[in-house]
Ligand binder design. Structure first.
Ligand code: NAP
Length: 295
């Protein structure tokens, strides 16, 4: 199986490296060509000049780009040159409707689409331990399995195209609640004068722990929020969740609260920081923006 990779961002670069380790990576493409060229030079895998060129070389394309319009743009550019039966495995987080639109566009071209969004952060992408939530045809999923298993530890088909994105939206609602709780608790702990590293070490083994607490509370101690998972990307995901819930006439309180906090962070210029930057707002509950707790 020859696999091409599109979108060498914070997640995609690691995922492409893991495909290379599994002997599957045949070509890479990135919108900003420098990233593809340097990975190409390092791994000895060709970087194509265009998406069409990539499509013509491979049996499957894995994409991991930012948002809905980007997935459709990439899929439409790939479609005319993909061989019959070739697969596009999209690991971006987008709306289930976008996945269905991409699948329709590829079906016309004789190719197959699987929505396969991932969870596990940049660390999961690096370590090949992502949870992969898939939607699509079961036969295509089985063909894609070796590719998915090169990037993730848990790979699950939930149903037809769009089901992977529905599962991912569920995950993103949980992430919103957890990152908010972690940021609020850490601001509280700092105001109590607790030794924060010790706290993370101990509570990290307790019932209130989570992946976000263990991996991102240290950002809050350092006051540095490198991406990570960008605030603006999680805001994009929560807008998808809002739209999906609205179809049931429902407004989700956790989603609405986090969208408000992210809008504030983006307005202050923190949209490209990791979502643990939520701590900036929670810390202000206890004191001024200079970060020193109110005594
Ligand atoms: P990122 O670091 O911002 O990278 C985005 C990638 O998409 C870059 O390679 C970018 O190219 C490419 N791209 C964006 N728009 C494009 C377009 N119109 N055409 C072609 N390429 C385009 O983002 P990321 O953190 O890797 O996230 C990628 C996806 O995974 C998002 O949907 C995100 O929600 C999801 N995700 C992220 C995490 C995480 O922890 N970061 C976890 C799970 C899922 P350039 O290099 O030219 O900008």
């Amino acid at each position: 199986m020859r696999v091409g990779f599109v979108g060498l961002g914070a997640m995609g670069e690691h995922m492409a490296r893991n495909l290379h380790k599994a002997g599957l990576l045949s070509a890479v493409w990135n919108r900003t060509p420098g990233k593809a060229q340097s990975l190409s030079a390092e791994l000895g895998v060709p970087a194509t000049a265009t998406l069409a060129e990539l499509a013509a070389r491979v049996d499957a394309v894995v994409s991991c780009v930012s948002a809905d319009a980007d997935v459709l743009e990439v899929t439409n550019a790939l479609a005319p040159r993909l061989a019959a039966g070739a697969m596009v495995i999209d690991c971006s987080t987008v709306a289930a409707d976008t996945a269905r639109r991409a699948a329709d566009a590829l079906r016309v071209a004789g190719a197959v689409f699987l929505d396969c969004p991932v969870s596990g952060g940049v660390e999961g992408a690096r370590d090949g331990t992502l949870a992969v939530m898939c939607g699509g045809d079961p036969e295509a999923f089985e063909r894609a399995r070796p590719i998915l298993q090169a990037m993730g530890r848990t790979v699950t088909l939930f149903g037809p195209v769009g089901s992977g994105q529905a599962a991912k939206a569920t995950n993103q609602i949980m992430c919103a609640g957890i990152i908010e709780a972690v940021a609020e608790a850490m601001a509280f702990a700092r105001a109590q004068g607790l030794p924060l590293e010790k706290l993370i070490d101990t509570l990290g083994k307790g019932a209130g722990s989570s992946w976000y607490f263990v991996h991102r509370a240290p950002n809050m101690v350092r006051g540095a929020y490198p991406a990570g998972f960008r605030v603006r990307l999680h805001a994009k995901d929560l807008t998808i969740c809002r739209d999906m819930a609205a179809r049931f006439g429902v407004s989700l309180p956790v989603v609405e609260r986090m969208l408000g906090e992210y809008a504030e962070l983006i307005a202050r210029g923190h949209g490209d920081e990791d979502i643990s930057a939520t701590f900036r707002l929670k810390a202000e509950l206890f004191g001024p923006a200079d970060g020193k707790p109110r005594s």
